[in-house]
Design a protein. Structure first.
Length: 149
């Protein structure tokens, strides 16, 4: 298994658990990844439905027999799926930092900054008076708009 694919194993485990949860109602945090499907309490009828779901979700041609022989646990099924699907599918998303300087998100948040004072809001003092919240956001109450003037 390549290193690039290994990083998506947690995503695949989460997807498998989500599918099993949808079919069984068992909460994902109650599913031991190393326990066999039978140890988790899933019978053959349930697992035949799960195989269909896995094949649809991951675009596989997994047989019931392969599930029991090659991938009898959530963890081994995730490894099987990892080796069978294209590299880009279910890969972890790389998220940019929320507020680096110069980032539009940072500028937007700076403009929409407000300070909560009990149940009242006041506008950011770093904002020009003509652009403060009084006109743009209804959150500035009349008692606190004096700080927006």
């Amino acid at each position: 298994m390549s290193e690039t694919n290994t990083s998506r194993i947690p995503n695949l485990i989460a997807e498998i658990k989500a599918s099993l949860h949808e079919l069984s109602g068992m909460e994902p945090n109650q599913m031991d990844e190393q326990a066999s499907f039978l140890e988790l309490g899933f019978d053959s009828l349930f697992l035949s439905q799960a195989v269909i779901r896995f094949n649809q979700k991951f675009k596989l041609e997994l047989s019931f027999r392969q599930l029991f022989e090659d991938a009898p646990t959530i963890e081994t099924l995730a490894e099987y799926v990892d080796g069978a699907i294209p590299k880009g599918l279910f890969a972890p998303q790389h998220v940019l930092p929320l507020t680096p300087k110069g980032n539009l998100t940072h500028q937007f948040r700076a403009r929409l900054y407000r300070c909560k004072m009990g149940n009242q809001f006041r506008c950011s003092p770093s904002f020009p008076k003509s652009q403060r919240f009084r006109k743009t956001l209804p959150l500035c109450s009349k008692s606190s708009t004096s700080s927006c003037n």
